[in-house]
Design a protein around this ligand. Structure first.
Ligand code: AMP
Length: 210
């Protein structure tokens, strides 16, 4: 199954993606993670992406589309997506969505609907293990991961000012995708204001139906 996870930064789609991957074997492909890996490796794409990411802006479409398409193509060829995949953070603009549609048919778009207040509150609190990606919240007293001993960190772009900018960008550039996928008849809405366990249950029901 080919799924897109759509929603504002901090809506919980990354957390749910890990759960879906573990339960259904559908692979999590995050464009943000691809860019962060490119930054860590110091590649030209990484150096370019960093400038945009640190300001809360989108990386230009041509660079993003190329990176995601090449990644999907390579993973399809090596067989690692045989149970399907979930795209997290891509597409984020109408042009990206249209390019993806030319490349392949998507089965389902899970739209995580959430209020702005809740998003900013969640981003302000979130931290994670730099090694295994386990999530933590600001109130937790840990500095190292209880699962793997990795260092617990915050994302640079979770700084409150950058987070506000990312939300503005989402409203302007990504919001139109909801209508686009509604018209294609493949959009299903999840109430992401709910506690994590309830969101997970709702997704399981939806995936069972598809
Ligand atoms: P994320 O981890 O999905 O929140 O993405 C972090 C940052 O990576 C975003 O704020 C953008 O700067 C960049 N990024 C990730 N995905 C895309 C995309 N589809 N189009 C443009 N920029 C992206």
């Amino acid at each position: 199954m080919k799924i897109i996870l759509l929603g504002a930064p901090g809506c919980g789609k990354g957390t749910q993606a890990v759960k879906i991957q573990n339960k259904f074997g559908i692979k999590h492909v995050s464009s943000g993670d691809l860019f962060r890996a490119a930054i860590s490796s110091g590649t030209p794409i990484g150096n370019l992406a960093k400038e945009y990411m640190n300001k809360g802006q989108l990386v230009p479409d041509n660079v993003t589309i190329e990176l995601v398409k090449n990644t999907l193509q390579a993973k399809i060829e090596d067989g690692s997506l045989e149970n399907g995949f979930m795209l997290d953070g891509f597409p984020r603009t109408l042009d990206q969505a249209k390019e993806l549609q030319k490349f392949m048919d998507i089965d389902l778009v899970l739209y995580f609907e959430i209020s702005n207040d809740k998003v900013l509150e969640r981003i302000a609190k979130r931290k994670f293990c730099s090694k295994c990606k386990e999530n933590y919240v600001a109130g937790d007293d840990f500095t190292t991961c209880t699962k793997c001993g990795g260092k617990i960190v915050r994302r640079d772009d979770d700084d409150p000012e950058v987070a506000k900018k990312r939300l503005e960008v989402y409203e302007k550039q990504t919001f139109p995708l909801i209508e686009y996928y509604k018209e294609l008849g493949i959009l299903k809405t999840i109430n992401a204001d709910q506690p994590q366990e309830k969101v997970e249950q709702d997704i399981n029901v939806l995936l069972g139906e598809v």
